[in-house]
Design a protein around this ligand. Structure first.
Ligand SMILES: Cc1cc2nc3c(=O)[nH]c(=O)nc-3n(C[C@H](O)[C@H](O)[C@H](O)COP(=O)(O)OP(=O)(O)OC[C@H]3O[C@@H](n4cnc5c(N)ncnc54)[C@H](O)[C@@H]3O)c2cc1C
Length: 493
């Protein structure tokens, strides 16, 4: 694992704190005088099992922390929900005072700053209960994939986790959830949810499934946080204990040939195999082994859900594509296999962009190699292509809202920086503009990879969902959140 948090400049931390301390107390302008607001806040705090914080109070900054240090949360109130009752009380409070509600689960992709809102954090409400006989797990609040994996592995089972096991399980599933191991064999993680518990804008706790509130159930699977606070979900688990998975790091000097070999090879793979490739500038940190420390590399990722021998035979063309710096592909317990992307673990300031690609003709790969290959000192941290297809293309057993079915490739890039973040953002923009000629004409993209700018722009959200899907989601939103209380997210408007 990288520990890119070392890249965070102290200056950024300081900047975040300064913004918090000058912030007005919890939207007092909207809810009455500051004095009466404080009385109301104390009443709410007394009702809760968990803590609540106002800006400037000890504990507020920690409660508002997220993975991206560039966008610190600055809510009017932060409620650390310890029970479903706390979530309901916080939502009712927000409703009474006409405040927006923001939700932090695992904190891995906040597209807003939650300014003036009631932030509900779910770390204290984070539990996993596995039913080995039914092969299901009940996952609550802010539980992260690593907790689900730990609980499931005790029963010889595994969940459809994503590339980072510190991501919140519910946040991931609400955006579909593309697993680098289970994706092509079994589809999106949201295809394997059997029910959600959700507190809607009226403060009511509802259990929704294919048989109970089916429209809301369909909207939640791909519609992100638009409909309420999801306090629990039940998911299917798979009888998997070990997997053939890992990566091959090639030198950046081989960018062009590796990208072409990967494109041709990925097209031949059966559905049991899932792969992605990333051109990376790795940080010069001790946690990385010597050939990777500070290196420019092309990182092939590969997983095969089936007999290891078959998976290794399929891998042979890529092992021959170029001399490897490091090859970690081997059969491993699911917990180890699950982190095959080696995503950075610690919080960091970064910019990101995403695009769905319809194909990767030679010209597209040449453009990528020109912009990211040898001799290009562009310090973009990681630029990745995920090959989709397989079961990710098929509709689920019950209707849903995932907008990326049928999309051949997901393109994603992020840049970690300090004072140079604006410049890095402009470089990402140039790279993504250069790849636009190969963008998916239907504008499909994986919801979970939208950058804050993309997620907050109603027009791009409408394009990503497509008019029909968007209007259907909007109808559900109007029914369950008529005043757009949940607008600190990928907001349907
Ligand atoms: C390093 C990294 C790797 C990733 N890898 C993958 C991957 O392989 N596949 C993939 O599909 N995605 C991936 N993602 C994207 C990730 O799934 C999303 O960012 C997801 O939203 C993170 O959930 P969270 O709870 O950690 O984030 P948070 O920042 O807490 O939540 C993000 C948003 O989700 C909504 N939300 C979260 N929890 C709830 C809830 N309980 N109720 C209502 N709304 C909620 C809210 O709108 C919130 O604003 C990755 C992200 C990162 C940073």
């Amino acid at each position: 694992m990288w520990h890119l948090s070392r890249h965070c400049s102290g200056k950024h931390h300081f900047h975040a704190i300064a913004l918090v301390t000058i912030h007005e107390p919890w939207g007092a302008d909207r809810v009455g005088t500051s004095m009466s607001s404080h009385i109301e806040f104390r009443k709410l705090a007394a009702e809760l099992d968990g803590p609540a914080f106002l800006p400037g109070e000890p504990g507020y900054d920690a409660e508002c922390a997220t993975y991206n240090l560039l966008t610190p949360l600055r809510p009017a109130i932060a409620v650390g929900a310890a029970t479903v009752g706390d979530v309901r009380a916080a939502v009712r409070f927000a409703g009474d005072h006409k405040l927006a509600v923001a939700v932090r689960g695992g904190g891995h992709m906040q597209p807003y700053t939650a300014e003036g809102a009631v932030l509900i954090t779910l770390d204290r409400l984070a539990d996993v209960t596995v039913d080995g006989g039914r092969r299901t797990a009940r996952v609550t609040g802010g539980a992260r994939w690593e907790e689900v994996i730990d609980a499931a592995s005790k029963e010889g089972l595994a969940p459809m986790s994503g590339s980072s096991t510190t991501v919140g399980a519910i946040g991931y599933v609400l955006g579909g959830g593309q697993s680098p191991i289970f994706g092509r064999p079994y589809g999106y993680a949201s295809d394997h949810v059997t029910s959600f518990d959700i507190v809607t804008a009226d403060g009511v706790l509802r259990t929704v499934s294919a048989g109970a509130e089916p429209e809301l159930f369909a909207a939640l699977r791909g519609g992100k946080g638009n409909f309420g606070v999801v306090t629990a979900m039940e998911i299917e688990l798979f009888p998997v204990t070990s997997v053939l998975a890992g990566g091959i790091y090639f030198p950046g000097s081989a960018t062009g040939e590796v990208l072409r070999a990967w494109r041709d090879w990925a097209a031949t793979l059966p559905e049991q195999a899932t792969t992605s490739v990333a051109v990376q500038r790795l940080p010069p940190v001790e946690e990385l082994p010597e050939p990777l420390r500070g290196a420019h590399v092309v990182h092939l990722r590969y997983a095969y859900l089936g007999p290891a021998e078959t998976g290794l035979e399929l891998l042979a063309p890529m092992r021959a594509a170029a001399p490897a710096l490091i090859d970690t592909i081997a059969e491993a317990p699911y917990k180890t296999a699950a982190v095959l992307h080696n995503d950075p673990v610690g919080a960091m300031p970064y910019q990101d962009r995403s695009l769905g690609l319809a194909g990767l003709p030679d010209k597209a790969l040449d453009k990528l190699a020109e912009l990211l290959g040898p001799g290009t000192p562009i310090p973009l941290t990681s630029v990745e292509l995920r090959a989709l297809g397989g079961a990710l293309d098929r509709p689920p057993a019950t209707p849903d809202s995932v907008p990326s079915r049928g999309l051949p490739f997901q393109f994603f890039g992020f840049a970690v920086g300090g004072d140079d973040l604006d410049e890095l953002g402009r470089r990402l923009d140039r790279l993504f503009t250069a790849m636009r000629p190969w963008a998916d004409p239907k504008h499909r993209r994986m919801l979970n990879f939208l950058s804050p700018e993309e997620a907050l722009d109603p027009q791009s959200l409408r394009e990503v969902y497509g008019a029909e899907n968007y209007d259907r989601l909007l109808a559900v939103k109007r029914r369950f959140d008529p005043n757009t209380m949940f607008r600190m997210n990928h907001t349907l408007r």
